[in-house]
Design a protein around this ligand. Structure first.
Ligand SMILES: [Zn+2]
Length: 75
């Protein structure tokens, strides 16, 4: 999935996401904790929203296809 293709992001979320360097974004997407797998997984089919000033990514685990989420804290 191309990193620039983010149709499921709200506008504020897309703005925060685009402000993150591409390399960091790749690391974030490849290191999402899955409670079912009990290890870091790659998030798939994710969407983005802003919660409490932080970017929240919600998507599916690449291994078990369960729901996973990751908060990206903005500095
Ligand atoms: Zn999983």
């Amino acid at each position: 999935m191309p990193l620039e293709s983010i149709p499921e992001f709200t506008h504020p979320a897309a703005k925060l996401w685009k402000a993150i360097p591409a390399d960091t974004r790749k690391l974030i997407l490849a290191n999402v904790w899955c409670g079912k797998c009990s290890h870091g997984v790659t998030i798939r089919n994710f969407s983005g929203a802003v919660k409490g000033g932080n970017l929240l990514l919600v998507g599916k685990c690449s291994d078990c296809h369960g729901d996973v989420a990751r908060v990206v804290e903005s500095k």
